[in-house]
Design a protein around this ligand. Structure first.
Ligand code: PLP
Length: 348
């Protein structure tokens, strides 16, 4: 009979990923770009004359990798693309870990790392961040690690990690060290320029956040040529479709949109934090386009109350170290006013 005993043993406890019924709600729950779809990508998608989608896309996304090489001053052999950076993370685990291998990651952090580690039969080792949500460098340097995963800025805490701590982990470990820069556009400097210097450094990036293309599913990593070649052998051929690739190339040419996005976030983030603090929330410092805040009222009723008012935010309040915490994407001024007004009603 079809039951969970038929599933791969390492996955029997898995649950489906976060999937709310959005239904026209204001989405401040997924840290996408609140300015709306990327305009250069939209223009590229509006003009598809001559696109021969009867053929497969370039097997390994050469047009996009060439463009990335030009943007970052590296060569196309330094890049691997995927359907979102989640696919890149999957490829990393498939390429560099075997059954039983340890994957070291901070806690609290992005839950997809332990999902992929377990999916591929590995063992996630979660190293607690300190009280300022900074890394415990000694503990992260586990000599038994097969891979080390670190997002900076970190999700859901929002802070970036100290550059010297990240450098020390890269330099003192004998395994791939993945710096996940999904929110890298919001704070600098990137680790991408260092990939030729450190052959164990792999930097992942996405077009889902500042680039405002989450629905098109484009991600990539930058790394040394040797790591890229190994990952290319594992990656599913054609995994990035033609339309998304074309949109991503166009989006890279419009850096003005990224600058506007970052500038708007930097302007609105302190105002949102001040507004929340004024109602009794405790906001943690953020270098990204979202704020983690401890709610002065029960986190479930806050999130539910916001949902009833047509606003989605992400509830982390049931997790250890994040008790009572909720994550808010920084909106435009109008969105934040609406959010603060609703929070006022729910906390007042
Ligand atoms: C830290 C981090 N990495 C990676 C991703 C995955 O992004 P995508 O698969 O859309 O590129 C996310 C999405 O929330 C994230 O927060």
């Amino acid at each position: 009979m079809m039951d969970r005993s038929w599933m791969r043993g390492s996955t029997r406890h898995f649950k489906p990923y976060y999937s709310p019924d959005a239904d026209g709600a204001l989405r401040l729950d997924t840290n996408t770009n609140v300015l709306g779809p990327n305009p250069a990508a939209a223009a590229a998608l509006a003009d598809l004359a001559g696109l021969d989608f009867n053929q497969y896309p370039d097997t390994y996304s050469r047009p996009l990798r060439r463009k990335l090489a030009e943007c970052h001053g590296l060569s196309e052999g330094n890049f691997v693309t995927g359907s979102g950076s989640d696919e890149i993370i999957d490829i990393l685990f498939k390429t560099f870990t075997d059954k039983g291998d340890l994957a070291v990651m901070p806690y609290p952090s992005y839950s997809i790392y332990d999902y992929f580690s377990e999916l591929h039969g590995g063992v996630p080792v979660k190293v607690d961040l300190d009280d300022d949500f900074q890394l415990d460098v000694e503990a992260m340097l586990d000599p038994a690690a097969a891979i080390i995963m670190i997002p900076s800025p970190n999700n859901p805490t929002g802070n970036s990690f100290r550059r010297e701590d990240l450098l020390r982990i890269i330099e003192d470990s004998d395994c791939p060290v993945v710096i996940d820069e999904a929110y890298g556009e919001y704070c600098g400097p990137s680790f991408i320029p260092l990939v030729e210097e450190h052959d164990n450094l792999i930097v992942t990036r996405t077009f889902s956040k500042a680039y405002a293309m989450a629905g098109l599913r484009v991600g990539y990593c930058a790394c040394g040529a040797a790591a890229a070649e190994m990952m290319t052998c594992i990656r599913i051929p054609y995994s990035l479709n033609m339309l998304s690739e074309r949109a991503a190339v166009a989006a890279l040419e419009d850096q003005d949109f990224i600058r506007r996005t970052v500038e708007m976030t930097e302007r609105n983030r302190p105002k949102l934090a001040d507004g929340l603090e004024g109602m009794g929330f405790h906001c943690f410092p953020s270098d990204a386009n979202f704020i983690l805040a401890r709610s002065p009222v029960d986190h479930r009723s806050l999130v539910e109350g916001l949902k009833e008012r047509g606003i989605l935010v992400r509830d982390f309040g049931h997790r250890r170290r994040l008790e009572g915490c909720v994550r808010f994407t920084v909106g435009t001024e109008e969105m934040n006013d609406r959010l603060l007004q609703a929070c006022e009603e729910l906390t007042g």
